[in-house]
Ligand binder design. Structure first.
Ligand SMILES: O=C(O)CCC(=O)N[C@@H](CCC(=O)O)C(=O)O
Ligand SMILES: [Zn+2]
Length: 352
């Protein structure tokens, strides 16, 4: 068993998984009756001691971090929550699974080892060159764990929620924001926007099409409410300002403990909603972004301004209000190097 070993340390010591016959895989329970199962390195599931009132106990919550290994704030948040549950200072009233996705990338302090894991979900791990590197194998295994977690839930009306937590490479005009994956026409949910705001995330980016990200996988395969959360800027371990994550930490604790979040009336004015206008891919070795490294996410450029050049092709701004997100000229060929977005009125949204 794990004994008293810190789960993050155990995970970092077992970079690409643990033997399927390892004794750490056996299920156990804490003195307070909470069930604990380690399904793999970085994958731990807690089950409440007793059935709780249906409205609370019916939540199945996935909290993931380290899909990008250098994004340390979400790793620190998960570490704190996992150990609080194991020390019994936090008692889950809902099923909760934590996934520390890429321990090998954490250990080298990099976004990934061979390949960006957040482009490998929904089966992308097995396309092209197939399961040719550890990130591909791990993404496939993680898909299986999420499937098992959601599908093993007791019968009855249940809510599925997945927060895939990240931090961004650049500064941002909205420090925290969420990506709301493509819903295939289903309405967006007011309660989810309110829950995000309670976590300090008042800005939401609506994806306009399918992606190979982890959060879209949970939306598409399991009809979960799932979001990529960008909680701040990438910093080394120990340098994340604790106060910046207080709302996120306390809301996650309340969700895990099944406490009432008292979200109140939906107020559209409280939320900034951005629509994705374009994804610009790098297709040529000769790719450049035409703005400085310290230009923040959500910065607007005037129509006509050339944002990027991909070989001979120039990408000028097409309309007033067009702003940039996630610029990265160093992505692999064929991958997204930049997204452009535009703020829209929340009143325009199909909301339930
Ligand atoms: O700051 C950056 O440039 C990247 C931050 C990051 O990792 N973002 C995610 C967004 C995923 C999504 O679109 O849901 C990513 O690029 O994987
Ligand atoms: Zn990330």
């Amino acid at each position: 068993m794990l004994n008293n070993e810190n789960f993050l340390q155990f995970t970092r010591a077992n970079e690409w998984g643990i033997e399927s016959n390892a004794d750490v895989l056996s299920a156990t329970s804490l003195d307070n009756g909470v069930g604990v199962e380690v399904w793999d390195s970085g994958v731990i599931v807690f089950t409440p001691a007793n059935s709780t009132p249906a409205t609370k106990g019916s939540l199945d919550l996935v909290l993931s971090c380290a899909v990008h290994g250098d994004e340390t704030a979400p790793i620190e948040i998960c570490d704190e929550l996992i150990e609080a549950i194991r020390e019994q200072s936090l008692t889950p009233a809902v099923r909760v699974m934590f996934i520390i996705a890429n321990p090998a990338a954490i250990n080298i302090g990099k976004r990934f080892v061979d390949e960006n894991m957040n482009r490998l979900f929904s089966g992308a791990h097995s396309e092209g060159e197939g399961l040719s590197n550890n990130e591909r194998v791990r993404a496939k295994a993680i898909e299986g764990y999420v499937q098992r977690f959601f599908e093993q839930a007791p019968a009855g009306e249940r809510q599925r929620l997945h927060y895939d937590m990240h931090t961004a490479i650049r500064d941002s005009q909205h420090e925290k924001f969420a990506v709301y994956p493509f819903t295939h026409g289903k309405p967006y949910k007011k309660a989810q926007l309110q829950l995000l705001a309670a976590m300090g995330v008042d800005t939401v980016l609506l994806h306009e099409g399918p992606t190979t990200t982890f959060s879209y996988f949970s939306v598409r395969q399991f009809d979960a409410d799932a979001f990529t959360l960008e909680l701040g800027k990438v910093r080394p371990f120990g340098e994340n300002p604790v106060e910046n994550f207080a709302a996120c930490r306390s809301t996650l604790r309340q969700l895990i403990a099944g406490q009432d979040l008292a979200l109140g009336e939906f107020d559209p004015a409280r939320h900034h909603i951005y629509q994705v206008l374009r994804s610009i891919n790098r297709t040529q070795q000769d790719f450049e972004l035409n703005f400085a490294d310290d230009v923040a996410n959500f910065t607007e450029f005037e129509p006509g301004y050339v944002l990027a050049r991909d070989g001979d092709k120039a990408y000028p701004v097409l309309e007033k209000g067009e702003a940039i997100i996630f610029p990265n000229a160093k992505v692999a060929l064929g991958q997204r190097a930049l997204i452009t977005v535009k703020e829209i009125d929340p009143g325009q949204l199909n909301l339930v």
